[in-house]
Design a protein around this ligand. Structure first.
Ligand SMILES: Nc1ncnc2c1ncn2[C@@H]1O[C@H](COP(=O)(O)OP(=O)(O)OP(=O)(O)O)[C@@H](O)[C@H]1O
Ligand SMILES: [Mg+2]
Length: 372
């Protein structure tokens, strides 16, 4: 029997649970021509939500673009154009006929790869990078108009544009996309501070450009049923206590639930009890992740930041600015705590005054309490 739990890539269809309200909200916004910023901390399920919503949307042509792998303005432009071509043109002849109407300044060549995917090739002169991107940003609207269809484009990991040419690119995106009438855009991202800067700061071009949707963890009872049913359907059983414990430990974040259950499923003979779940986390999952965590830990050079992480990991509801907490973890002053929090947020380890990665939190807890 195949392992029914999937983690590490976006899930859809029978692997996707809940989120009806989010799907509805996202769909209505998209189809009414509104742009959306979809934010959550890592691993809550943004990409899955987008892909599942797209799977259920037949009224428009939906395109998912991941900016994670984009390394230059040029590759971003190329990626946009080719993804749109791929989803909208089935024949070279048709594309050839439309090409001169779709581009203003560029004259790209049509190409076709081994698998029959149609694309275009763009000559690249250094000074043309921005020109290519401008044309690329206009391309979806031009195609939508030409073909009389509605397009929806998701820029996943949108905060990555900050690593290219941040502010300039924001201005360019905004100045071009604001004129589009046949394309709705979704901007998804997980680094709250960056997304806040891009879409929240008054002086930045994206201010108030889009509707904001914040993705929350999944309802815990729904996840418990998901876990119990997946085990049952695959010929194994998990008892209620173990399923609840797993979901509580995961704080309703589907990634952790799926990851833990994936490992537990392999180890389970027939009936899973809570002891097995704890054993799998302690003896399989955390050891597997520890070399990566060590690298992260060694990268934290400030002693104050390390002590703060240890304190946060070891308290149930840490009052990080309280006298008691500061004394117990020898953190000097609330000012020092605030500064450390800011730095740790900056590198994505802390979110809402908590260590966001539950496994990392557990690893810190298991390894460092005695050192304080
Ligand atoms: N609705 C869902 N139902 C079941 N599992 C889910 C759901 N959403 C997410 N997951 C689980 O969480 C994992 C991470 O999901 P996904 O990649 O969509 O999150 P993300 O927020 O885009 O993450 P990242 O921050 O890394 O981009 C998936 O591989 C899957 O195991
Ligand atoms: Mg994602």
């Amino acid at each position: 029997m195949k392992n029914p739990f999937i983690f590490g890539r976006a899930v859809m269809g029978k692997h996707f649970v809940d989120r009806e309200k989010d799907i509805h909200e996202l769909r209505s916004a998209m189809l009414s021509g509104q742009h959306v910023v979809l934010f959550s901390p890592r691993k809550i399920g943004k990409t899955s939500l987008i892909k599942e919503t797209f799977r259920r949307t037949e009224e428009a042509i939906c395109i998912h673009l991941d900016l994670w792998q984009v390394t230059s303005t040029y590759s971003l432009g190329k990626e946009i154009i080719n993804s749109v071509v791929n989803e909208t043109y089935g024949s070279i002849e048709k594309l050839g006929r439309d090409l001169k109407d779709l581009f203003k300044a560029l004259r790209p060549k049509i190409s076709i790869d081994m698998e029959g995917h149609i694309g275009v090739e763009l000559e690249k002169g250094e000074e043309e990078e921005v020109l290519i991107l401008k044309e690329a940003l206009n391309f979806p609207e031009n195609v939508a108009r030409k073909k009389g269809v509605k397009l929806i484009i998701a820029f996943d990991e949108f905060q990555e544009i900050e690593h290219l040419d941040g502010l300039e690119l924001e201005k360019l995106f905004r100045s071009i996309l604001q004129h589009h009438e046949n394309v709705s855009y979704i901007f998804a991202g997980s680094e709250r501070s960056l997304i806040n800067i891009i879409f929240g700061a008054k002086e930045r071009p994206f201010y108030r450009f889009a509707k904001h949707i914040v993705l929350e963890p999944i309802d815990r009872e729904v996840l418990v049923r998901f876990v119990v049913n997946k085990f049952a359907a695959s010929g194994k059983r998990i008892d209620m206590d173990a399923a609840r414990w797993t979901v509580e430990f995961s704080e309703g974040i589907p990634y952790y639930v799926q990851h833990i259950c994936h490992e537990v499923w392999y180890m389970a003979e027939k009936e899973v009890k809570r002891e097995l779940v704890e054993k799998v986390i302690g003896e399989r999952i955390l050891p597997g992740l520890s070399s990566g965590f060590e690298v992260i830990w060694k990268g934290i050079k400030s002693e104050g930041q390390r002590k703060l992480l240890i304190g946060i990991a070891n308290e149930n509801q840490p009052q990080i600015y309280s006298q008691r907490f500061i004394e117990k973890y020898r953190l000097k002053s609330p000012g020092h705590v605030r500064k450390a929090i800011k730095s740790l947020e900056g590198v994505g380890l802390i979110e809402e005054d908590r260590i966001w990665d539950i496994f990392f939190r557990e690893w810190v807890k298991q390894n460092f309490y005695s050192r304080i």
